[in-house]
Structure formats: C-alpha cells, structure tokens
Design a protein around this ligand. Sequence first.
Ligand code: AMP
Ligand code: ZN
Length: 109
Amino acid sequence: MAECIFCKIKDKQIPTKLLYEDGDVMVFPDIHPIKSVHLLIVPKKHIDDFAGVEDASLFSKLFIVAQKMVAREGLKDKGFRLVINGGGAQIVPHLHIHLMGPVGKTAGL
Ligand code: AMP
Ligand code: ZN
C-alpha cells in the first residue's frame, strides 16, 4: 500500500535496522520503545489487522519468528509480552506484533 509506513519499510523507502527477514516476515525495532527490547514483527504482505488474516499459516510464521526473537534477545527467562492491537486500536494500520521485554508479572495489562 502506497501510503503505509510498514510497506515503505519493506520497500526500503524508510530506513530501519532490520533484525530479521525472510520471505514473509520482517522484524525491526519500534521507533518509540517502551521497554529496553521493543520489536515489531511484521508480515511483508500488507494486511490491515489481525481480523483481516485469511491465510492461517501466516499466524504460525509470525509466531515462530516471535519465538526466535524471544530467544535471540535473551528474554526467555526475563519476562516478555506480545501485543497485537487491532480493530481500529492501531496507530499503524498494517498488522504487527509488538514484542516487549524484560517485563515482570502484572495483575493486569
Ligand atoms: P500500534 O499502536 O500497534 O499501531 O503501534 C505502532 C507502532 O509503530 C508504534 O509503537 C510506533 O512507535 C511504531 N512505529 C511507527 N513508525 C515506525 C517506524 N518508522 N519504525 C519503527 N516503528 C515505528
Ligand atoms: Zn502496509
């Protein structure tokens, strides 16, 4: 999508530090991190949000990459949180998973 920030990152029109890339998924740091590790796990294909995913295999691809990044960032035992905003709760309307850590136990979100 022409005006989509994450599509522009995919097309290298906006610079980022790509931490992981394969044919379907890319990972880069959130530009405004709220934890010392705050990554975005993003499908290369433009999909507006979680509710718009039609190919269920994309979920596995995204979560397998999320799992890799948890290990790579040393968060396995330090506490991490995965967040998906959707249904208009997003700022960037291109599906993405936030991976944040370290985080401790919280009673709520
Ligand atoms: P959400 O509210 O889930 O849509 O969050 C979108 C996230 O994208 C926010 O945490 C922003 O800080 C982040 N963001 C926006 N533009 C960029 C960018 N160019 N590179 C990295 N992260 C970005
Ligand atoms: Zn997009």
